[in-house]
Design a protein around this ligand. Structure first.
Ligand SMILES: *Cc1c(COP(=O)(O)O)cnc(C)c1O
Length: 384
C-alpha cells in the first residue's frame, strides 16, 4: 500500500463550526471589529469559567507573559526562572523586560517544574518564576509558591495549554497571582491568534488593561461613547497588545465548547493509555495526583525497551500517514540561548524528555477508527 492510499491523520485540528462563522458575521455587521464589547464579554465569561478575579485579553500568550512581567515590576538586573522544556515563548519573555532567563529542570512524570527543580535554579537575583502547565498537565502550583512566596518571588503561571485542566479541584490559573493563556489553534480554545492575562490583583489588571492599549487613559471603546471625546493621556510607554472583537466573537463560542472538548480529549487519552499500557518501553503521560489534564498534548516516552528509537517511530508513523510530532522542545539547546548565561541548574530530565518523547494525534474530531490506526502503528511499527 502506498501512503497516498491512506488518509492523513493530523496531530491536531481545532474544533470549529458554523457557530463561530455566524458570530464573526454578527461582529462584522455590528460595525465594531477592533477591541470592543465582544472582547469585554469574552473577558467576563473567561474569568467566570476559570474562576479568576480579573481577565485582560491580549493579542497572544506571548504578549500576556510580557505584560505579566511588566505589571509584576520585573526588569533589568532581575532573574526569572523558567523551565527550558517549553515552547520558546516562555524562555523569551524575560528578555522583553531586560531580565535574565534562568533555566530550571522538570519532573519526568509531568514535564513540569517542581519545588525542587525551582529551588535548584534560584539565584540571589531571582524575582519571578514562570511555571508552565506543560501540554495541559497541571503544575503543582502550591508547592512552587511555598518556595517562592516567602522569598518575595512572583509566580506567573504559563497556562497557554491549560484551559480546561484542573488543579486541586479548581481550574488551573485560579490559584495564581498572574496567569497567561493562549488561543492559538495548536492549544485548546482558539481565536486564530489570541491570549489572556488573568490576575487576582485589581491594580495589576488595571495597569495591564491600559498597557495593552498604548497606556491610553481611556480606552477606544470608552472614547467612542462621546461625539467629541475628552482628550486622552499617556502616562507611560505602552504597547499594542489588543485582541479584536472578531477574535473575541470566536472565543465566546469556543468557551461554550470547552467542557465537551475536554471530556472527549480525556476519553481519547484514556483509550490510548489502555491500548498502549502493555507495550514494552513506552510510557504514556497521565494525570498527576493533584489534578486532571485536558491532554492538550498527549505524549509518550520512547524508552530503550521499545523496538525503535523516537526518530524511528516518528518515521514509521509517517509511513502510515500519521502525523506525530517530536515532544516539547528544550530552549537551552536552541542557538538563541547558546551564548547566554542561563544559570547552573542541571537539565538532565529536560534533555531526556525532549530527546525521547513523541506527541500522538489527539483532537476533538479524531474518530476511534483513526485512533485505532495510530494505536496499531505504534504497537507494530514495522508492519503495514
Ligand atoms: C504556545 C505557548 C506559548 C505562546 O502562545 P502564543 O499564544 O502563540 O503566543 C507560551 N507558552 C507555552 C507553554 C505555549 O505552549
Amino acid at each position: 500500500m502506498s501512503v497516498t492510499q491512506l488518509s492523513r491523520i493530523d496531530v491536531m485540528r481545532p474544533w470549529l463550526g458554523a457557530a463561530e462563522a455566524e458570530a464573526v458575521a454578527e461582529a462584522i455587521a455590528s460595525g465594531w471589529i477592533a477591541q470592543g464589547p465582544r472582547v469585554a464579554e469574552f473577558e467576563r465569561e473567561f474569568s467566570t469559567m476559570m474562576r479568576t478575579r480579573h481577565a485582560v485579553a491580549t493579542s497572544n500568550c506571548t504578549t500576556a507573559l510580557h505584560l505579566a512581567l511588566v505589571v509584576a515590576g520585573i526588569g533589568r538586573g532581575d532573574d526569572v526562572v523558567v523551565p527550558s522544556l517549553s515552547f520558546i515563548a516562555t524562555a523569551n519573555a524575560p528578555s522583553y523586560v531586560g531580565a535574565r532567563t534562568v533555566f530550571a529542570d522538570v519532573d519526568p512524570d509531568t514535564g513540569n517544574v517542581t519545588a525542587a527543580t525551582i529551588s535548584q535554579a534560584l539565584t540571589p537575583a531571582t524575582r519571578a518564576v514562570i511555571a508552565v502547565d506543560q501540554g495541559g498537565q497541571p503544575v503543582d502550583l502550591e508547592a512552587v509558591r511555598a518556595v517562592c512566596d516567602p522569598r518575595g518571588i512572583v509566580v506567573i503561571e504559563d497556562a497557554a495549554c491549560g484551559a480546561g485542566s484542573t488543579y486541586r479541584g479548581r481550574p488551573v490559573g485560579a490559584g495564581a497571582e498572574l496567569a497567561a493563556w493562549s488561543f492559538h489553534p495548536r492549544k485548546i480554545l482558539t481565536t486564530g491568534e489570541g491570549g489572556m492575562l488573568t490576575t487576582s490583583r485589581a491594580d495589576w489588571a488595571a495597569r495591564a488593561r491600559r498597557l495593552r492599549e498604548h497606556a491610553m487613559s481611556a480606552s477606544a471603546a470608552e472614547r467612542h461613547r462621546y461625539l467629541a471625546a475628552p482628550p486622552e493621556q499617556y502616562d507611560e510607554i505602552g504597547f499594542n497588545f489588543r485582541m479584536t472583537d472578531l477574535q473575541a466573537a470566536v472565543g465566546l463560542v469556543q468557551l461554550k465548547r470547552l467542557p465537551a472538548m475536554v471530556r472527549r480529549r480525556r476519553e481519547l487519552a484514556a483509550r490510548y493509555r489502555a491500548a498502549l499500557a502493555d507495550v514494552p518501553g513506552l510510557r504514556v503521560v497521565t494525570d498527576p495526583p493533584w489534578g486532571a489534564s485536558n491532554f492538550q498534548t498527549l505524549w509518550i516516552e520512547v524508552g530503550e525497551a521499545y523496538a525503535l528509537d523516537r526518530e524511528g517511530l516518528l518515521a514509521g508513523l509517517a509511513d502510515h500517514g500519521i502525523s506525530a510530532r517530536r515532544g516539547i522542545m528544550a530552549a537551552h539547546r536552541q542557538p538563541a540561548y547558546a551564548g547566554r548565561d542561563t544559570g547552573d541548574a542541571r537539565l538532565e530530565v529536560t534533555d531526556r524528555l525532549t530527546d525521547r518523547t513523541l506527541i500522538l494525534p489527539l483532537f476533538h474530531e479524531l474518530t476511534e477508527d483513526e485512533q485505532d490506526r495510530v494505536i496499531a502503528a505504534v504497537r507494530e511499527p514495522g508492519s503495514r
